[in-house]
Each structure stands twice: as structure tokens, then as C-alpha cells.
Design a protein around this ligand. Structure first.
Ligand SMILES: Cc1cc2nc3c(=O)[nH]c(=O)nc-3n(C[C@H](O)[C@H](O)[C@H](O)COP(=O)(O)OP(=O)(O)OC[C@H]3O[C@@H](n4cnc5c(N)ncnc54)[C@H](O)[C@@H]3O)c2cc1C
Length: 302
């Protein structure tokens, strides 16, 4: 009997280190076919933009391979079976796999054709192994992109905190491949990306995003934000886009002025956020305190 779920080894074909020891792009390439118990299955990649795959990286603290989710930063229609993601060291007390991704072991694996297991689901009837994704259903707590009928009509404001840029990179690659949804009857999507990171090293795919904003100004605006270090000539935003006032209590005022300086009409947008719990909670509280109702709000936090 074949198992319902299975892991297929994906070769680490590329890495790019943005900030040494902190943030890295990883590219995992799955084979076209894979043999399970004497039967050859084709490997199918139908991942939705904004979804995550499940891999088995090594845990530096636990000394074991662990199951971890990674949001894909490219998209299946442009790069089938080539799973790109961006991983950071969380520096949490119990961080296990996230520091491992930043080590020299990964560099060696690229040169030696090392592999990482990626989960697939078996579809026996179709003879396929389908790349598993964390969710295919649109929900308030995930960032699966709306359907092709919907997103081209939307004004979307994406707020990315550090590697939280991954789902939005996938959106942009998908939207670009689909001509930003522009047709005779639809003007196409308006997408604003605010990418907040600590310093210039951590700006992910920055040049590509600047280029995209230049070539598709009707559809895409890019606002990079540096929160800790910047040079004198940095033209983007300096400092956090929202601040919680100091004090105690669960309803501390949140100052959204820096975000409002970038995007004054937040109520006109479908807001999407990817980052940590406190960023999500602060934004929700700030919007609530100011009585701002966005068109919709969805957030994924890790
Ligand atoms: C939908 C989704 C998408 C995600 N996308 C991304 C992404 O694109 N990029 C990214 O960087 N991250 C992403 N993440 C987060 C990622 O999956 C990991 O959670 C994160 O990298 C931290 O992993 P970690 O193993 O270091 O720590 P954790 O996930 O916090 O795990 C640590 C765990 O290991 C246990 N542990 C630690 N030491 C030991 C030990 N000695 N023995 C036994 N157990 C131990 C701890 O108790 C804890 O449960 C995503 C998460 C989700 C849910």
C-alpha cells in the first residue's frame, strides 16, 4: 500500500545570501518524475501564489530533521517544480532549523547536489505526486491569492516584514505573468508593496522590484523601509512604519503616521500583512483606534 503522504528529495540548486548569517534565498528543484515502490509518478506543481510548502530541514538544536513550512516566493506557472523561498534566522531561544539554513553546510550542499525533502501528496489515479501546499482555501489568516476573476479588480496594499515578503514576491511574479490582469474590460490590479527590513543588506530582490515599479507604474508601487540602519542618501522610509506608545496594558495607542504618510487612504485598499504576531496586532489595533476600515484585511504570521 502506498502512503498517502510522501517526501521527495529536492536538490538545492541555488542560494543567495542577502545578509550573512541572517537571511538567505534558497531554491529547491524537484525532479520531473519519482519512483515509489516500483511505480514511476510524475511530479506536479500546482501551488497557488501565497501558499507554503512543507520541507524537512535539519534542526541544529534538536539534531533531527524537522517538518517546517516555507512560503514560496516564485510561482508554479513561471517556474514549475522550482521552489524558491527566503529563510531567516529567527534568533528565538529555541530556534532549531532557522539558524541551520544560514550555515556553510548549505553552501556545500549546493556544490555537491545535496537535497532537502519536500512533501507531496499521492494521486494514484492520475499517477502524480502533487506538491503539498499548506492551504488552498482563502482565509483571513492565510495569504492565498484571490482567484483570477477577483485580484485583477483589486487595490492591494501588501505590508511585508522581513522574510514576510515571500508571498508578495510570488503574487508579483504571478501577476506579471498574467499581464497584471489588464483586459478590455478591466484596468488590472493596483498593488503596493511596503517592504520593511532592518538595513540595506536585508532588502530582498530590491533591484528587481525597483525595475518592476518602473516598467509597470499603473499596477505596481514599491516602498522599501529601513528600520535600523540607513545611509545619508537613502531615499526610502527611515524607521518603523508604526509605533506602539510606551506603557502598560493591552490597548496602548499605536501611531500609524509613518504608514499614513506613505499611503494616506488606507481605507481604499485590501490590506495584506505578512510578518510577526506583534506587527499584525499593532496594525489591527492602530486601524481600529483611528476608525479606519480597509476594504478587507488578511494576515499570515509565523
Ligand atoms: C505557513 C508558514 C509559512 C512560513 N514561511 C516561512 C518563510 O517563507 N521563511 C521563513 O524563514 N520562515 C517561514 N515560516 C517559519 C518556519 O516554518 C519556521 O517556523 C521558522 O524558520 C523557525 O524554525 P525553527 O526550527 O528555527 O524554530 P521553531 O519553528 O520555532 O521550532 C523550534 C521547535 O523546536 C523545538 N526544539 C528546539 N530545540 C529542541 C531540542 N533540543 N530537542 C527537541 N526539540 C527542540 C522547540 O520546542 C520548538 O518547538 C513559515 C511558517 C509557516 C507556518
Amino acid at each position: 500500500m502506498l502512503p498517502r503522504e510522501l517526501f521527495v528529495p529536492a536538490t538545492i540548486t541555488q542560494i543567495h545570501t542577502f545578509d550573512p548569517g541572517e537571511i538567505r534565498k534558497i531554491v529547491l528543484t524537484l525532479p520531473d518524475t519519482y519512483e515509489v515502490e516500483g511505480r514511476v509518478f510524475s511530479v506536479r506543481d500546482g501551488m497557488h501564489p501565497g501558499s507554503a510548502f512543507l520541507a524537512r530541514p535539519f534542526g541544529q538544536r534538536s539534531g533531527k530533521y524537522r517538518r517546517r513550512m516555507y512560503t514560496r516566493s516564485n510561482c508554479a506557472i513561471v517556474a514549475p517544480r522550482i521552489l524558491e523561498t527566503i529563510v531567516n534566522d529567527t534568533h528565538r531561544e529555541k530556534a532549531d532549523t532557522s539558524p541551520w539554513w544560514q550555515t556553510e553546510v548549505i553552501e556545500e550542499m549546493v556544490t555537491t547536489g545535496g537535497t532537502i525533502d519536500v512533501r507531496v501528496d499521492i494521486n494514484q489515479q492520475a499517477g502524480e505526486l502533487v506538491v503539498y501546499e499548506n492551504s488552498q482555501k482563502i482565509q483571513p489568516n492565510n495569504l492565498i491569492l484571490e482567484s483570477d476573476h477577483e485580484w485583477p479588480t483589486m487595490r492591494i496594499l501588501a505590508l511585508a516584514f522581513s522574510t514576510g515578503i515571500t508571498p508578495f514576491l510570488a503574487y508579483l511574479r504571478y501577476m506579471q505573468a498574467k499581464g497584471f490582469g489588464k483586459s478590455d474590460t478591466c484596468p488590472g490590479v493596483e498593488f503596493i508593496l511596503v517592504s520593511s527590513v532592518r538595513n540595506t543588506r536585508q532588502l530582498m530582490d530590491h533591484e528587481e522590484l525597483l525595475d518592476l515599479a518602473r516598467i509597470a507604474p499603473d499596477h505596481f508601487q514599491y516602498h522599501p523601509v529601513l528600520t535600523r540602519e540607513w545611509s545619508e542618501d537613502w531615499e526610502g522610509t527611515r524607521g518603523r512604519i508604526m509605533h506602539e506608545k510606551e506603557g502598560e496594558g493591552s490597548d496602548l495607542p499605536v501611531n500609524l503616521d509613518p504608514l499614513l504618510a506613505l499611503i494616506p487612504n488606507l481605507d481604499q485598499y485590501h490590506i495584506r500583512l505578512c510578518g510577526n504576531v506583534s506587527a499584525r496586532d499593532q496594525l489591527m489595533r492602530g486601524l481600529h483606534q483611528l476608525g479606519i476600515h480597509s476594504r478587507s484585511f488578511r494576515a499570515e504570521v509565523w
